[in-house]
Design a protein around this ligand. Sequence first.
Ligand SMILES: [Fe+2]
Ligand SMILES: [Fe+2]
Length: 323
Amino acid sequence: MVVTPSPDAVGASPAASGHAHPAASVQFGQYRPARRTILHLSDTHLLAANRPLGGRYDTAANLERTLEAVERLAIRPDALVFTGDLTDLGEPDAYTALKAAVEPVAERLGAPVVWVAGNHDERPALRRDLLGLSATEEPLTGVWDLDGLRLVALDTSVPGWHHGDLDAAQLDWLRGILSTPAPLGTILALHHPPLPSHVPFFDILELRDQRRLADVIAGADVRAILAGHLHYSTSGTFAGIPVSVAAATCYTMNLTRPAVEVNGMDAGQSFHLVHVYDDTITHAVVPVLDAPTGDYFSAEWVERMSRLTPEERLEAFSRKPGR
Ligand SMILES: [Fe+2]
Ligand SMILES: [Fe+2]
């Protein structure tokens, strides 16, 4: 039996969707501003008492740096989506720590948090210590209505294993949800991406039997699939639908190595800024780092441009001098 635990998280998005800063919603090009904005984070892998992951990574500190970067965006997102491996070993105290780190940020942003289960999670502790639900092995699924954009969380975790799967009951549940289209379409969030990986060990831990998922979403209103698990950003298509994999907040895979030697490194952490436009969805990779950054563009610059006609803007900013 599949449950839908999170209907109370519905409808928390602000009216000025995704844009706390007025200059961020101007339109200088062909596309109208994004209708919805989602922050896609993944693979926090927290451990109880913040033990270093693999003896190497301070996962709590790396999450904190990521959340600080999220707040520096100064936007009001419609949701924060964490695509699984929320903890490394499924320890109750790790879920408590995750909740304490993320919930105040989400509250300040006025956005619901969508928690997705991964292979490193343990459903009973995730349900009890993160969500306040009963500690069972029921798959963790949910549906959010982000002012017309439907977000569906699936649970690809398999108790006792690290590979992914979706059982018949969950696929039937999804089929039922998708039988009615949503005004702005649907985004699926799951942990194991329905994509190949060039890194051999990830193919052992893939989402199995992907054809069954393809059959369920064929012809439905799914516009994007958000996933994690790989600890590196990648994208592809599955059954014609764009799939976007966010790297991890804890550590990422050093892809400068040959595929058979790919291992983790304490660098390259990032999250995705997902913009839902009328006709397309973009997934911008946001690196989490401190680097010297210019200050040429600003709210004042945008304001100045917005006072010009489109032709004047081209002259002011597109014209190459001396040509
Ligand atoms: Fe992971
Ligand atoms: Fe994973």
